[in-house]
Design a protein around this ligand. Structure first.
Ligand code: ADP
Ligand code: MG
Length: 368
């Protein structure tokens, strides 16, 4: 829960930034809701178009906007969008991405590693895997979804959340063995099937939040009454459409050296996905040293490129999330090169608090 609290304070900064409006104007209130899912905090602010007759859906909702919307459901024909968003996230995890739940495709793929003929994969997961393998190739394996066994040996998420106590460094022999079972080049995807060497375990933890944003954006497109929204799934944020007063979305960039504060914000028009990977998100400390949750697949140890956080700005959630993890492992120079190859912008904060960003990011970033 300790790390969830940290994420919550980050989310509060985000929401404060995103609901700022021009002075003197009456602020139209979005539907707002906060939940815990995917092991993180989900924050939603959704603007709905004003009802064409019989008054406004907006402005009337106060703090209990979700409850009010439920009360008004029959009267307005309004279905609870925020609940739908939560259901979509839930399904994505249960049906596709979770390595823990036996209902998911990833779970089945891992169970069937080494099987002759491989495992059939749904179209949406297949497309994701194609994109992820491309990022793995272009990042020289800095992003590697075959890292599952190494991640399990560290279990940083469990120690950081307090689920487990008494953290110790993993046994070097076990780590070497687990590393032998990793390597994105050892998997093949072909004609709707995936082939994994026996014993390998996929882990899509690096991109689940970004994939959720893509699903949510697609859902909003099918709901024309949604005129604008900002959704945060942990460190991954979607801005969708526009605000009622047409001002920019403002997404805070957290200070990794002091995560309850921001160092600045991105001012954005329209549809973007912003993903941040940082060593302050999930970590444990042992003998004064921090061990965080992003592993360098070339060593099996938490990445140590001198970077404290990486924020990636792109049009696609899965890719922004994949790139933020890869850039964290690669460090500043190689990270900027990688982001550029995928048409994304990137901002790094190093251990001295120094900010370095891609040229295109300068247009959007405003320091405090
Ligand atoms: P967060 O989940 O906090 O947003 P990231 O998006 O950077 O952070 O993903 C970190 C998660 O991804 C880890 O918890 C682990 O499950 C997985 N992971 C860690 N290192 C790698 C890596 N090099 N490549 C792919 N997945 C990784
Ligand atoms: Mg990521």
């Amino acid at each position: 829960m300790k790390s969830l609290n940290k994420i919550l304070s980050a989310c509060i900064i985000l929401v404060l930034c995103s609901t700022l409006t021009a002075c003197g104007r009456e602020e139209l209130k979005p539907l707002q809701r906060t939940d815990i899912a995917m092991g993180t905090i989900i924050n939603q602010s959704i603007y709905i178009e004003e009802k064409s007759s019989g008054g406004s859906w907006l402005g009337s909702f106060g703090e209990n906007s979700v409850e009010r919307s439920n009360e008004n459901r029959e009267e307005t024909g309004f279905t609870d969008l925020t609940q739908e968003v939560m259901s979509l996230i839930d399904s994505l995890e249960k049906e596709l991405l979770s390595w823990r739940l036996d209902s998911s495709e990833i779970y089945r793929i891992n169970q069937e590693s080494g099987k002759d003929g491989g495992t059939e994969v749904s179209e949406s997961l297949y497309t994701m895997l194609e994109h992820l393998l491309e990022v793995s190739g272009k990042s020289n394996g800095a992003l590697d979804i075959t890292i599952g066994d190494v991640v399990r040996l560290w279990d940083i998420d469990e120690y950081a959340s307090g689920e487990k106590t008494g953290f110790r460094l993993p046994d070097q022999k076990l780590l070497t063995e687990a590393l032998k079972l990793t390597g994105y080049q050892k998997i093949a995807i072909e004609n709707g099937r995936i082939y994994l060497p026996e014993g390998m375990n996929l882990d899509l933890g690096a991109v689940g939040k970004g994939a959720a944003l893509d699903t949510i954006a697609e859902y909003f497109v099918s709901r024309p009454q949604v005129t604008g929204a900002v959704i945060s799934v942990g460190g991954s944020i979607l801005t969708y459409g526009r605000k009622p007063d047409a001002s920019d979305w403002r997404v805070a960039v957290i200070d990794p050296l002091n995560p309850s504060q921001s160092i600045g914000y991105l001012a954005l028009e329209g549809n973007w996905c912003i993903s941040t990977s940082g060593d302050y998100e999930r970590y444990v400390e042992l003998e004064g040293k921090r061990y965080h949750h992003i592993i360098d697949p070339s060593t099996g140890y938490p990445a140590d490129s001198g970077v404290k956080s990486v924020t990636v700005l792109g049009r696609d959630g899965l890719m922004s999330d994949a790139l933020s993890t890869a850039c964290f492992v690669l460090g500043v120079q190689e990270g900027i090169r990688l982001a550029h190859e995928f048409g994304a912008e990137v901002l790094f904060v190093d251990e001295n608090g120094k900010i370095t960003m891609s040229e295109g990011m300068m247009k959007y970033y405003h320091g405090n």
